[in-house]
Design a binder for this molecule. Structure first.
Ligand SMILES: Nc1ncnc2c1ncn2[C@@H]1O[C@H](COP(=O)(O)OP(=O)(O)OP(=O)(O)O)[C@@H](O)[C@H]1O
Ligand SMILES: O=C(O)[C@H](O)[C@@H](O)[C@H](O)[C@H](O)CO
Length: 176
């Protein structure tokens, strides 16, 4: 079971199209917590690369992960709860993000299901063809990581509620 700090930062993780932005937006709104969209913290060159249909390499991802880690640390050090989206596909990526108060929320779904979602999503720089590379890179969190996993078969509102319930976030928010 994941450990929830008094003022946690939730990292909503999973492959492209798993629903990170959707559920993070709902959660931050419901809880009144700060929200950061990991996609907005990519260097321009990373966005251009994905847009051109090329998967990112580890080297491409390091500076992006550092920016997200900075956002997380600014919050945990200030005792301010928050929600941030980040694919965080590999364990060594999560090593950069993890720390006191950080909980990973892994949105888990099949290739077929997520591929269907991406096929009907429009106006996003990430091409659906990159999904395969996302699954290839994915290393699901393991028992030694502070995380919960959620199947992406519910509605966004149900997913947000499940996260709040399982992490006892109403109570976390109510604590002084
Ligand atoms: N629980 C859900 N049920 C049905 N559709 C969903 C659900 N969650 C998200 N979607 C839809 O699936 C698509 C992908 O969701 P979203 O953009 O939130 O994923 P993401 O993980 O943030 O993707 P990316 O990493 O590429 O930014 C969107 O069109 C969204 O409306
Ligand atoms: O690690 C990665 O390959 C990238 O971060 C992608 O996952 C995108 O940021 C995003 O999820 C697509 O919109």
């Amino acid at each position: 079971m994941a450990k929830t700090a008094q003022h946690p930062v939730l990292v909503i993780m999973g492959v492209s199209g798993s629903g990170k932005s959707t559920v993070a937006g709902l959660l931050a709104g419901r809880l009144g917590w700060d929200l950061a969209e990991g996609d907005d913290l990519h260097p321009e060159s990373n966005v251009a690369k994905m847009h051109a249909g090329q998967p990112l390499t580890d080297e491409d991802r390091w500076p992006w992960l550092e920016s997200i880690a900075d956002w997380i640390r600014a919050h945990t050090e200030a005792g301010a709860p928050g929600v941030v989206t980040c694919s965080a596909l590999k364990k060594r990526y999560r090593d950069i993000l993890r720390g006191e108060g950080v909980v990973f929320v892994f949105l888990e779904g099949s290739r077929d299901k997520i591929s269907d979602r991406l096929a009907s999503r429009h106006g996003h720089f990430m091409p659906p063809a990159l999904l395969e590379s996302q699954f290839e890179a994915l290393e699901a969190p393991t028992a030694d990581e502070n995380f919960i996993a959620l199947s992406v078969s519910a509605t966004p509102a149900e997913e947000a509620q499940e996260i709040i319930t399982r992490l006892n976030l109403d109570a976390a928010d109510a604590r002084p």
